[in-house]
Design a protein around this ligand. Structure first.
Ligand code: KIV
Ligand code: ZN
Length: 501
């Protein structure tokens, strides 16, 4: 048996069936091109009979993509197959994916049929599709709940009719990994002619077992896995591409099976799909979640810095994440902060690092996780401490129906000065109080406030331009309190003025 697993991506068909995830044709082409670069073997591009949009997408994706096989889904219905064949006319390699329900539920309660008639319809559909394309995949819908003996008869019949791939979907996500593995093994051992076709897995995640079932299927002889990016798909989703691929890569010594996936494109493709489909990736999602490589506890961070493999079983670079995103929190140690600063290009002396670390701990108490922007601003703050005019104290009283009042104390070259002022807002009051102390004729030309990341605990970043003697000076400030950030920005600019004679 081959040691190569074919990756059949159904993000644009099963994934796209999710309410709210619909893409237009241009977006689908973008995803299809990304899948091609990722190295998938088959792209299931749509269900052409279902809508003119799906039909057009299969046509356009067939034109846009050069080497992966383009697959179109049908029911075991001649009209569906005709339309699918038409949609694939530009495909360099086209596949028709036809099939029918084979479980007791589907045969009796959905199709109002009987097991023998279903086998006949399956054979007919495959033979009919064969008139158009050589590559015909047959799916036995709800194979997970189909009795193995009957499933083997169906599969044997469709292979005899010419199916090149036989798909064994666990449509309802009900099967357990040992059962799914046994099912595949049963087919390998009992279907005459099984070696003429590739067995495919197609698992849904209703009970969180999609990936485990897929791997069990592969261990027992399946050589195609049907997957989606980020595991998106009907209800709880499909098996996720990134999980299957990285399991095979990480556990190659045990499994000995490879894929043709360029794993370095995984993260980028995950982001693209998530953005275009408006489907956020859960932060703790395996392989591609925001926290998948983020170690927040001090002990873990220290361990990772000493040797990545202490806590990481995969190299984030292998999936296209450039650096193990060590999440900085109140529990992070000095070593983690120093490491992050170095990555950001800051080489600090021990004294400066101590100072930044102290500020970092204060910020971490106010803010859940600290990002690169925050760290860069802390370094900026430490530098500000060396300035001539420093903000020593600021108190603001403001609110609805209150006249805003600010009290300010500045430290100017070691001497303290106090002032109080009212204003038409808290920032205005604080700046007026500062102006009373500095005695310089400055006017604010631009005042820009921005949130850096998100959330109400975010840091506000202020950019100010002031005019002094017809020259513009820029100042920056950042703080979880935007009034403090504004005063800091103002003082940053004022510190750049020529020292008064
Ligand atoms: O889950 C399923 O059974 C399917 C088939 C149409 C392949 O998506
Ligand atoms: Zn499905």
């Amino acid at each position: 048996m081959s040691d190569r697993l074919f990756i059949f991506d159904t993000t644009l068909r099963d994934g796209e069936q999710v309410p709210g995830c619909q893409l237009n044709t241009v977006e689908k082409i973008e995803v299809a091109k990304a899948l091609q670069e990722l190295g998938v073997d088959v792209i299931e591009a749509g269900f052409p009979i279902s809508s003119p949009g799906d039909f057009e997408s299969v046509v356009e994706i067939s034109k846009a993509v050069s080497w992966p096989t383009i697959c179109a889904l049908t029911r075991a219905v001649q009209k569906d197959i005709d339309v699918a064949a038409e949609s694939l006319k530009y495909a360099k390699k086209g596949r028709i994916h036809t099939g029918i329900g084979t479980s007791f539920w589907h045969i009796h309660h959905k199709l109002n049929s009987n097991p023998e008639a279903i086998i006949e319809r399956a054979i007919e559909a495959v033979k009919y599709a064969k008139k158009y394309v050589e590559d015909v995949e047959f799916y036995a819908e709800d194979a997970g709940r189909t009795e193995n003996e009957y499933l083997a008869r169906v599969i044997e019949a469709v292979i005899k009719a010419g199916a090149t791939v036989v798909n064994i979907p666990d449509t309802t996500g009900y099967t357990m990994p040992h059962e799914y593995g046994e099912k595949i093994k049963y087919l390998v051992d009992n279907v005459k002619g099984i070696h003429k076709a590739t067995i495919s897995t197609h698992c849904h995640n209703d009970l969180g077992m999609a990936t485990a079932n897929t791997i069990a299927g592969v261990i027992n002889g399946a050589r195609q896995a049907e997957v989606t990016i980020n595991g998106i798909g009907e209800r709880a989703g499909n098996t996720s591409l990134e999980e299957v691929v990285m399991i095979l890569k990480s556990r190659y010594a045990v499994l000995g099976i490879d894929t043709g996936i360029n794993t370095k494109n995984i993260y980028r493709t995950s982001r693209l799909v998530s953005t275009l489909m408006n489907m956020p990736v859960q932060p703790n999602k395996a392989v591609v979640g925001r926290n998948a490589f983020a170690h927040s506890s001090g002990i873990h961070q220290d361990g990772v810095l000493k040797n990545r493999e202490n806590y990481e079983i995969m190299d984030p670079n292998d999936v296209g994440i450039n650096e193990s995103a060590i999440l900085l929190t109140a529990r992070s140690g000095r070593a983690a902060l120093k490491h992050r600063l170095e990555l950001l290009g800051f080489e600090l002396t021990k004294e400066k690092l101590d100072q930044v670390y102290e500020e970092f701990l204060k910020l971490a108490d106010k803010k859940k996780d600290i990002r690169d922007d925050d760290v860069a601003l802390l370094v900026g703050d430490a530098t500000r401490q060396e300035r001539r005019i420093k903000l020593d104290y600021l108190q603001v009283v403001t609110g609805k129906s209150l006249k805003p009042m600010a009290s300010v104390r500045l430290d100017i070259a070691g001497e303290k000065f106090d002032a109080t002022s009212a204003g038409n807002g808290p920032v205005d009051a604080a700046i007026k109080a500062v102006k009373q102390i500095i005695h310089r004729q400055v006017t604010i030309e631009e005042f820009l406030v921005q949130a850096i990341t998100r959330g109400s605990d975010d840091i506000g970043k202020v950019h100010m331009q002031i005019d002094y003697n017809s020259t513009i000076y820029h100042g920056f400030g950042a703080n979880t309190d935007i009034i403090t950030a504004s005063v800091e920005a103002f003082l940053d600019a004022v510190n750049k003025l020529p020292v008064a004679e």
